[in-house]
Design a protein around this ligand. Structure first.
Ligand code: GLY
Ligand code: MN
Ligand code: MN
Length: 447
């Protein structure tokens, strides 16, 4: 029998091999540790408990980790939970503590999933990068002991509000502490939202990779859209391109809307056959190592915009440029649906659209733009934020004006991803993709 000394490195090697099997470019453990420490600083001595995402219920959905859990751990397996205790001073002081709880290995299930680590696997602390790793069976006892030592903590628990395991844990913890009316826990996602808005250098690199792969697929799209091709076949070509570029999945259901479907904002059935003379809205992008891109281009089915299609295209492109021109870091806001904020980029884009062009009845076009101008992008394609949100260095967001006129079967949306650089200037992450009508037509000719 192998001694433990030779067995341990072998298991660690297996663990590391397992963790590379999913082929994600993981955040460095130091970055995740810094995020956990930053979260702890917002807890005012409290305790946060976050659960990993469960396995998907439908067989055709691959596993995707909970976004906050991934942000804090880089851990991409189900069944885990993370506890962070913030440092507290005063009569009952306690130090910062972080514990990753892992479920006990199930060797039968592992015949289906491949090997997994548990808290007893040699090298697990190094593999996870978390200070302490304990069996999941210890979690309730650990929380009980923390609160029994410092009863103030009962009012300072932070969990994911819609998570059933978190609710059960809070109720069970109350029961173990003899508390009939345990106070409701706080919403930890409010705190992770604040942290996630400003991206670190590693996150920006992954967002650029997601965007570059999405640009490549949009170029594939421009060469594959033709009369007689189905919307779904176009989406399929884009999927193939994303996967070839190392992306794990689409970052949202791809939208290939031709003709009248171009005027349905989130059309994703993609079942129609594209016809000559159609305009086609293609809002489709991918996720690279858990980070999303979000790109829309609008193209003419036969490679040539009609005069009317080009007119509306230029109004939408001009609105995007008006928002870019109005941008001031630290002052401009995004997603101001009521357009009450004079600093919002939505107002700049809306004013442009509403004073250019007319519908078939001589009316201004503003009423044909129905959605917010943009949103934060990160681990989620719609990264959490309180809107309208002030745009600051390190943030990544979309600018995506649109005009949708069902009466003319004419919808146009142009959507690009922008980074606010450390100098406060906007960086168009989609600069490598055609923006103007002429450049779109050229790309459709393979130029
Ligand atoms: N693709 C969804 C959106 O643009 O927000
Ligand atoms: Mn978007
Ligand atoms: Mn989009």
């Amino acid at each position: 029998m192998k001694s433990m000394r030779t067995f341990a490195p072998a298991l660690l090697a297996l663990a590391l091999a397992v963790s590379t099997l999913d082929a994600l470019e993981k955040p460095p453990s130091s970055a995740c540790h810094a995020r956990r420490v930053a979260l702890a600083a917002r807890l005012h001595g409290g305790v946060a408990v976050l659960f990993a995402a469960k396995e998907p219920e439908l067989d055709f959905d691959p596993y995707r980790q909970d976004s906050d859990f991934y942000y804090l751990t880089g851990w991409n397996e189900p069944g885990a939970a993370l506890l962070i205790a913030g440092e507290a001073t005063g009569p009952v002081a306690h130090a910062y503590r972080e514990i990753l709880f892992l479920p006990t290995r199930n060797l039968i299930v592992e015949r289906y999933t491949g090997p997994r680590l548990d808290a007893n696997s040699p090298g697990v602390t190094q593999a996870t990068g978390v200070d302490e790793v304990q069996p999941m069976s210890e979690m309730a006892a650990v929380i009980n002991r923390l609160i029994a030592t410092d009863r103030r903590l009962a009012r300072n628990i932070w969990v994911q509000p819609s998570n059933a395991q978190a609710r059960a844990l809070v109720d069970w913890t109350g029961a173990t502490l003899g508390m009939d009316n345990a106070p409701p826990p706080n919403d930890v996602t409010r705190l992770t939202m604040e942290l996630r808005q400003v991206k670190d250098a590693g996150e920006i690199e992954l967002l650029k990779k997601a965007t570059d792969a999405s640009i490549a697929a949009q170029r594939v799209m421009m060469r594959s859209v033709k009369p007689g091709v189905t919307e779904r076949a176009v989406a399929g070509q884009m999927y193939a391109s994303w996967l070839e570029h190392g992306c794990e999945r689409a970052s949202y259901a791809p939208i290939v809307g031709s003709g009248i479907n171009s005027t349905t904002l989130h059309y994703s059935e993609n079942s129609r056959t594209i016809e000559d003379g159609d305009i086609v809205v293609v809002d489709a992008a991918c996720e690279y190592s858990m980070y999303a891109s979000d790109i829309t281009r609008t193209v003419p089915a036969n490679g040539h915009f009609t005069a009317r299609q080009r007119e509306i295209y230029n109004v939408v492109l001009g609105a995007q440029q008006a928002a870019i021109d109005a941008f001031v870091a630290g002052k401009s806001t995004i997603n101001d649906r009521d357009r009450k904020d004079p600093n919002s980029l939505d107002t700049a884009a809306y004013n442009y659209i509403n004073t250019r062009g007319k519908d078939l009845h001589g009316e201004p076009l503003g009423k044909y733009w129905l959605h917010g101008l943009g949103h934060m992008v990160g681990i989620d394609v719609h990264d959490p934020a309180d809107y309208p949100a002030v745009l600051k260095p390190g943030m990544v967001f979309t600018i995506e004006p649109g005009v949708y006129i069902p009466e003319e079967k004419l919808g146009v949306r142009i959507e690009c991803d922008f980074l606010v650089g450390s100098d406060g200037k906007l960086v168009d992450l989609d600069a490598g993709l055609p923006h103007t009508a002429d450049d779109v037509e050229a790309a459709m000719r393979g130029k």
